[in-house]
Every structure is written in C-alpha cells, then in structure tokens.
Design a protein around this ligand. Structure first.
Ligand code: GAR
Length: 212
C-alpha cells in the first residue's frame, strides 16, 4: 500500500508521450501516488497530447514558444498554469527544449528529466546514436533533477541496458525506452515519499519508511 501523500505533477512534452503514458498507467494501477494535473506541449502536433486526452488529464495545453515576446514570457505563462493547479513536481518527458532560468528558478529541486543514456555519457540529442557510434557495450537511461547544467543535474536513478553487436538506433532506443518507463515512475514515487535528498551533485535516497 502507498502511504505517501498524493503529489501533484505537471508534465512537459514535445512528442510521442510514451513516458507520460507509463506515468499515467502507474498512477491508474496504484503504483504511483500522484495525480497529473496538467500536461503542456510546446508542439501542437505531439502525439502525447492524445495520450493525455485518453487518460482524462484535466488540463492539456499547447503553448508555442515562438508566440511569446521572449523566452521569459513563455516560461512565465507555463509557471502560472502549473502554479494555478498546485503543481509540486514538474516532470520533463521528452520535452525537447532547453529549460531557461525563469522555469528553473520556479521549480528548483522540483523538476526531473529522463535522458536516454547513462549520464554523464552522451548528453544532448540522439544519445542512443552517440552510444552506438562510441561502441559502448552498455548504455541505459537516467532520471535526474534539472539544473542549468544541460543533462548534468543530480542523478536520481539509472538503469543499464546492454548493447548488442547488431543493435540499430531503433532497436537500442526501444530497449532503453522500456527501462526509462520503469525508472521514471520509481523516481517520482521516491520524490512523493520525500525520500530524495539533494546534496550538491549527489542525491541520497532515504530508506523506506523514515530517515536514515
Ligand atoms: C525519450 O527517449 C526521452 O528519454 C528522450 O526523448 C524520448 C521521449 O519519448 N528525451 C531526451 O532525449 C531529452 N534530452 P516519449 O515522448 O515517448 O516519452
């Protein structure tokens, strides 16, 4: 049984939304003690918007960053929407835009991202392709807190995925995605149980049921 308080989540997406869907499924199954209050996409064609609709997310918005006078105004609008719904944790799920200082300071220590590599290896775009080109035998995925250091914030959870000789970018991405969907919900649940303590670059995970 989940004993933590239900936390209110906001999710930013740009595309497919399979991590969003995994989080929504984990909420439905009772694995994750949270509610998704709002989903915001910066891309009006994001398939993830349908995912949010199908799961009955109460507020779904498309905000075009280019329609704002400045990145600050764009992010200020995002913050207003999130705060008006009482969002405590902001989850980036395939949000392919660099988060600026306005949003960073509003959700400092309360914003997570999933990245398809074992950070600090292969930051930035096309991480799975970078891994294949580097010839690594193990890759994986990372959930981390978001800071102004791109893909460099404190690491919460990681999961390794073996790379096989005949992997393509697509086959490796698919296996990494399954791991992403597994660890993202776990990281969010740890946050909801107040078990994540940020200490500089390090995240300490408190044991279940109390302080260490
Ligand atoms: C995921 O693989 C996620 O790790 C990656 O985009 C994909 C989104 O898939 N994010 C990044 O590369 C961020 N740097 P989804 O829309 O199906 O969740």
């Amino acid at each position: 049984m989940l004993t933590s308080d239900k936390i209110k989540i906001g999710v930013l997406i740009s595309g497919r939304g399979s991590n969003l869907e995994a989080i929504l499924n984990a909420i439905s199954s009772g694995e994750l003690n949270a509610t998704i209050e709002v989903v915001i996409s910066n891309n009006m064609h994001a398939p993830g918007l349908h995912v949010a609709r199908e799961h009955g997310v109460p507020k779904i918005l498309t905000l075009d960053a280019l329609a704002y006078a400045s990145p600050q105004e764009y992010e200020t609008h995002i913050i207003e929407e999130l705060k008006s719904d009482g969002v405590q944790l902001l989850v980036l799920a395939g949000y392919m835009k660099i988060v600026g200082p306005t949003l960073l300071s509003a959700f400092k220590d309360h914003m997570m991202n999933i990245h398809p590599s074992l950070l600090p290896s292969f930051k930035g775009l096309n991480a799975q392709k970078q891994a294949l080109e580097a010839g690594v035998k193990v890759s994986g995925c990372t959930v981390h807190f978001v800071t102004d250091d791109l893909d460099g914030g404190p690491i919460i959870l990681q999961q390794a995925v073996l790379v096989s000789d005949d992997d393509t970018e697509s086959s490796l991405s698919h296996r990494i995605l399954l791991s992403e969907q597994d660890i993202y919900k776990k990281a969010i649940q740890l946050y909801s149980e107040k078990r994540l303590v940020i200490d500089g670059q390090f995240v300490r995970i408190l044991p279940e049921g109390g302080m260490s």
